[in-house]
Write a protein that binds this ligand. Structure first.
Ligand SMILES: Nc1ncnc2c1ncn2[C@@H]1O[C@H](COP(=O)(O)OP(=O)(O)OP(=O)(O)O)[C@@H](O)[C@H]1O
Ligand SMILES: [Mg+2]
Length: 327
């Protein structure tokens, strides 16, 4: 195959690996398993609107998975189902071998809005979460856990401030501290940084990345920000437009796990990956919704595994291609 094929076609050419079984997750690897879930709502005229159906997605322990898709395709609904805040119309979510039924302190949610209790201090907000996890723990232990989580997000010294005294970024840090303080097995984040200015967003992405790498958290995060997904995710789930949204493909991030934000754009394969994601959002998310490939299998959506060496080869081939001959 020519190294000059567009990234998408080369990427799809990686699918035979999938057939060979290398990308299929074994049952023992599945920490979270979304199994054929659907969400339907009643529509006018006695009809039913299907937001998505037959959605399958396994996740490994310690994996950082981002979901990207246009507004209304059902991302928040998927996250709410993972959190146990909503039940699917069909299918189930299995976590650590057990079907989830309702919310659990093992699954912490960080929303776009921080949803802090305005009358409590930073310490009070986080300690409240800690005490709901360890109900019988002595006050000193609860405070110690809360302070540790507050320090982890860089807010030591602000324990006694109330939300009204905090910037947007600080409030979001408190939301993250509160989620981390209960030692969850899974972090669920719904566009957690989208309301922040670019500088604060970058700093918080760095914090979350550091914490997740250090603690080995399993994370499911929704974002509209392609660069955020490239920086944070191990795998990026691409949803077609809704209604009847589908997992169009799952992109494995080829960049090294140990990523440096400032050097990301120099990493081999970065631009090919970025272009692929943007191309999906701009055009393929719609065309794929209207016509999925005949061999599309919702239980095993195409896995796009860009090859660094091929991406390099393409870049080099493009830059060294002989100039067209003059007549
Ligand atoms: N209670 C409801 N009744 C009917 N339709 C609903 C209800 N809740 C959500 N929906 C519909 O489900 C679809 C998916 O909503 P959801 O919030 O999951 O989308 P999303 O992908 O998170 O969008 P965004 O990117 O804008 O946050 C939307 O079209 C929405 O109108
Ligand atoms: Mg949403």
């Amino acid at each position: 195959m020519s190294t000059l094929l567009p990234f998408r076609r080369r990427a799809q050419a990686a699918a035979p690996d999938q057939a060979a079984g290398t990308s299929r997750m074994s049952n023992s690897d599945k920490f979270i398993s979304i199994e054929g879930i659907a969400r339907r709502y009643p529509a006018p005229g006695g009809k039913t609107t299907t937001i998505f159906q037959n959605l399958w997605l396994p996740m490994r322990r310690g994996e950082f998975v981002c979901m990207i898709g246009h507004s209304g395709c059902g991302k928040t609904t998927v996250l709410n189902i993972l959190a146990g805040l909503e039940a699917p119309s069909e299918g189930a979510v299995i976590v650590d071998g057990q079907a989830i039924a309702g919310t659990s302190l093992d699954r912490a949610v960080i929303f776009q809005g921080h949803a802090l209790l305005p009358w409590r201090t930073v310490l009070g907000n986080v300690a409240y979460a800690v005490s709901s996890r360890w109900r019988k723990a002595p006050k000193a232990e609860i405070e110690a856990r809360a302070k540790k989580a507050i320090a982890t997000v860089g807010l030591a010294g602000s324990e006694h401030k109330r939300p009204s005294e905090l910037s947007g970024g600080m409030k979001q840090r408190v939301g993250i501290a509160r989620a981390l303080s209960i030692d969850p097995k899974i972090l669920l984040m719904d566009e957690p940084f989208s309301a922040l200015d670019a500088l604060t967003r970058g700093t918080l992405q760095d914090e979350v990345r550091r914490i997740c790498v250090e603690t080995g958290q399993t994370v499911f995060m929704i974002t509209h920000d392609v660069d955020e997904a490239i920086y944070l995710a191990d795998r990026i789930v691409l949803m077609t437009n809704g209604p009847e949204a589908k997992v169009a493909e799952i992109v494995e991030n080829p960049l090294p796990k140990n990523r440096d934000r400032t050097q990301l754009h120099h990493a081999p394969g970065y631009y090919a990956l970025r272009n692929h994601l943007i191309d999906f959002l701009v055009s393929r998310s719609k065309t794929l919704r209207d016509a999925m490939p005949a061999d599309y299998d919702p239980r095993h959506p195409p896995v796009i595994r860009p090859s660094l060496s091929e991406a390099d080869a393409e870049a080099i081939a493009a830059s060294t291609a002989p100039a067209p001959r003059r007549a």
